[in-house]
Each structure stands twice: as structure tokens, then as C-alpha cells.
Design a protein. Structure first.
Length: 261
């Protein structure tokens, strides 16, 4: 069960008039809401992939999916509170038509440990994105979005930790080397500009160019993104000692900034 309830949030206190003209805010929150609320598709694939792992599949079904779905619902409510004329449901249906067919079981990694590693990278991205969004919301003087983002970021960090435990368990069985881990991490890093974000944006803005939105996202990231947190989470599967971890994080930070992540 989710640790917080979005229905108890006072959305009516939002300064809708002061935020309504912020197009970037609309785009980035709408896009996130589409991806989060579609987590039931991921859950079904992961549950099938790990069907022999009763403990993990139970957690996916009873905790991970409900929390991810609540993220989407909470963001959808935020959008509908401010941009009342936006047909969220229609745009979301367009998103699902293009995106759901891409979410197939055969697209998961080739082994249990490798898929858990991929999940850790995804949770690194989401937890740090919402951390950045909370800082942006604070600058906008928007306490509701700030609290929403903090709540979601905390959930995503918790998900990361559960996936990390599963990764450790399966990596021992599969005897995955640090070299293998680095290869997988590098491959995931190259996929930083996710296809799901592009599909979501195009579903919301069919007449606008995604590339222009992506440029604005990169500017947003350079100002608000918690690079140190992201890099430390990203390299955690390597199980480095603290000194090496800090040195590695410092050396990787410029690369992350260049990539706009």
C-alpha cells in the first residue's frame, strides 16, 4: 500500500492562475503523469519475468505498482486542477496506443540480475528527476507540487533499494563481473533520452517539436538536477569503497552535465 494518499492533498490551494501560463511546467508534469500511470504494464512484465521469485512478485504487485500508479494519479490531478481545458484522458489514450506495444516481455534484459540493474538505473532517473522538480516547484512558490515531488522521490528511492537487494541476490547467482556491470550501465546511460518521454510529449503536443522541449529540459537539469546524488546511485551496483566512489562521482559529473541528465 502507498505510504501517503494523494486524495488528502489540498489541490484547491494551488495558485492555478499564477501557474497556468507556464508551458514548460505543463509539459513536464503531464509527461511524467502519463509514464507513471502506465506502470501496470511494467508490473505485469516484471511479474512474469520473475514468476519464480514469490517474494519479489508479491512486492511488485502489492507495493511497487500501487505506489507508481498513485504517482501518476497525483500528477494527473495536479494537471486537471490547473489546466482544466486540457483533455488529459484523450491525450493519454493517444500515448497508450503508441507506447504500450513497445512494452513487451522480450524487451527486458537477458537475465534476472541484468534486469534488476536496469530497474535500478530507471529508479535513479526518476528519484533524481522528482528531486529536481521539487526544487523547481520551490522556486515557483508552489508548495503542493513541491510536496508531491518530495513524496514521489522518496518512494522511488525506496524502490531503488528493493531492486538493489534483488540485484545483489541474482548477481551472486549469475556471477556478474564489474566489467559486465559497467557495460550495462554505459548502455543504459546512452539511452538517457527515453523514448517514453518523447512519445508522451508528442501525445500532448502533436504540433510541436520534441527537440525544442528537450533543449528546455537540459537547461532545467543544469539548474536543478542533483548530479551528485544521481551519480552515486548510478555507480552503486559496482560496490566501490567510499573513497573510490567519491572520486568516481566527481570525475563523472561533467559527463552527466554534458549529456543534460
Amino acid at each position: 500500500m502507498p505510504k501517503w494518499d494523494y486524495k488528502k492533498i489540498d489541490y484547491e490551494s494551488i495558485d492555478a492562475k499564477g501557474l497556468k501560463d507556464n508551458k514548460f511546467l505543463f509539459d513536464i508534469v503531464s509527461t511524467a503523469s502519463f509514464i507513471e500511470i502506465t506502470s501496470n504494464v511494467y508490473e505485469k512484465n516484471l511479474a512474469e519475468f520473475y514468476k519464480e521469485d514469490e517474494e519479489l512478485t508479491k512486492w511488485l504487485r502489492n507495493t511497487w505498482e500501487p505506489e507508481e500508479i498513485q504517482h501518476g494519479k497525483s500528477l494527473r490531478k495536479y494537471i486537471k486542477t490547473i489546466w482544466k481545458d486540457f483533455d488529459w484522458d484523450k491525450a493519454y489514450e493517444n500515448f497508450k496506443k503508441e507506447y504500450v506495444p513497445l512494452c513487451k516481455l522480450e524487451y527486458l534484459q537477458e537475465s534476472e540480475a541484468r534486469e534488476m540493474l536496469a530497474r535500478m538505473v530507471v529508479e535513479t532517473g526518476t528519484s533524481t528527476f522528482y528531486k529536481a522538480l521539487s526544487k523547481y516547484a520551490k522556486d515557483l512558490n508552489d508548495p503542493i507540487l513541491e510536496q508531491l515531488s518530495i513524496n514521489i522521490s522518496k518512494d522511488e528511492i525506496y524502490h531503488f533499494e528493493i531492486f538493489e537487494e534483488a540485484f545483489k541476490k541474482y548477481s551472486k547467482k549469475e556471477n556478474i563481473s564489474k566489467a559486465d556491470i559497467i557495460k550495462i550501465l554505459y548502455a543504459r546511460l546512452k539511452e538517457a533520452n527515453s523514448e517514453d518521454v518523447k512519445i508522451a510529449f508528442n501525445s500532448i503536443n502533436p504540433d510541436e517539436k520534441y527537440e525544442e522541449f528537450n533543449k528546455t529540459v537540459k537547461k532545467f537539469a543544469k539548474k536543478y538536477y542533483p548530479y551528485n546524488m544521481a551519480i552515486k546511485m548510478f555507480i552503486r551496483p559496482l560496490a566501490l569503497n567510499r573513497f573510490v566512489e567519491n572520486a568516481t562521482a566527481a570525475s563523472l559529473q561533467p559527463a552527466f552535465k554534458i549529456l543534460g541528465i
